[in-house]
Design a protein around this ligand. Structure first.
Ligand SMILES: NC(=O)c1ccc[n+]([C@@H]2O[C@H](COP(=O)([O-])OP(=O)(O)OC[C@H]3O[C@@H](n4cnc5c(N)ncnc54)[C@H](O)[C@@H]3O)[C@@H](O)[C@H]2O)c1
Ligand SMILES: O=C(O)[C@H](O)[C@@H](O)[C@H](O)[C@H](O)CO
Length: 227
């Protein structure tokens, strides 16, 4: 007999930002399969609505609402809509992110701001709103930040992105330290290159990145082809 408790999110309300595609969409599906009620947000709703339809056809609950994680007013509107829909929330997955690869010397201020706001400011303010709600509920909660290996090691052609993800790592530690007394756990996950629209776009646009992925990935990706 296993001494490990079985993993369940039965009836928990799980919020996933940037869930229209890629890693976020898969997280939303997995949370549904673990019994959670899902709330998803992204800048455009077409992909979210197809996800919500699919989860509901599979017998689950999925609330979709527009969200721009770089805009504090949009974050407040989204989280209020989630609480109105389900009455509470239990888990926040800070997944939304954006990158455009180029050399540090070539970024302008607008590009820098968009990347850093999408990956770091987003985590700060989504977590702030959610932590206030969890504290009001009084029974703790969990926040998971999707960081990156690029926030741990140097990442050529990804200056603002690697800086922002490194910031996410330490923001995670600080949030965990501040909010532990409220029973709110804060953790980060730092994936390496994962085949999603974000990574595919970068591999198409930047041959040096594609070569690095192909040669450094232990599974060898010599046969990767793009349509
Ligand atoms: N794919 C990888 O190789 C990889 C590796 C490590 C970490 N990550 C991280 O994982 C997360 C998901 O990446 P992905 O590869 O699935 O990317 P993706 O581009 O395929 O999906 C990102 C999602 O975030 C949404 N999004 C972007 N900006 C937003 C905004 N301002 N407001 C709301 N939604 C927004 C997009 O619309 C999209 O649905 C990101 O934080 C990314 O940095 C990805
Ligand atoms: O490891 C990562 O966090 C990702 O793979 C990123 O590197 C993105 O794919 C890329 O930067 C998009 O432009």
């Amino acid at each position: 007999m296993s001494s490990l408790p079985s993993f369940s999110l039965q009836d928990k309300v799980v919020v996933v930002t940037g869930a229209g595609r890629g890693i976020g969409r898969t997280i939303a599906w997995d949370a549904h399969k673990s019994g959670a009620r899902i709330a998803v947000g992204s800048r455009t709703t077409a992909e979210l609505e197809s996800l919500a339809d699919e989860i509901e056809q599979a017998g689950g609950q999925c609330f979709a609402h527009v969200l721009d994680v770089t805009d504090i007013a949009s974050i407040h509107t989204f989280m209020a809509a989630v609480v109105k829909q389900y009455g509470r929330l239990d888990v926040l997955i800070n997944n939304a992110g954006y990158n455009k690869q180029q050399k540090i010397l070539d970024y302008d201020e607008q590009q820098y701001d968009l990347i850093v706001d999408s990956n770091l400011k987003s985590v700060f303010f989504c977590s702030q709103v959610v932590a206030r709600q969890m504290m009001a509920q009084g029974d703790g909660g969990s926040i998971v930040n999707i960081s990156s290996q690029a926030g741990v090691v140097g990442a050529p052609d990804r200056g603002p992105y690697s800086g922002a993800k490194g910031g996410v790592n330490n923001l995670t530690r600080t949030m965990a330290a501040e909010w532990a007394e409220h029973g709110i756990r804060v953790n980060a996950v730092a994936p390496t290159v994962t085949r999603t629209p974000m990574a595919e776009q970068a591999m198409k646009e930047n041959p040096a990145f594609f070569d690095a992925v192909r040669t450094k990935n232990l599974l060898r990706l010599e046969n990767v082809k793009f349509t």
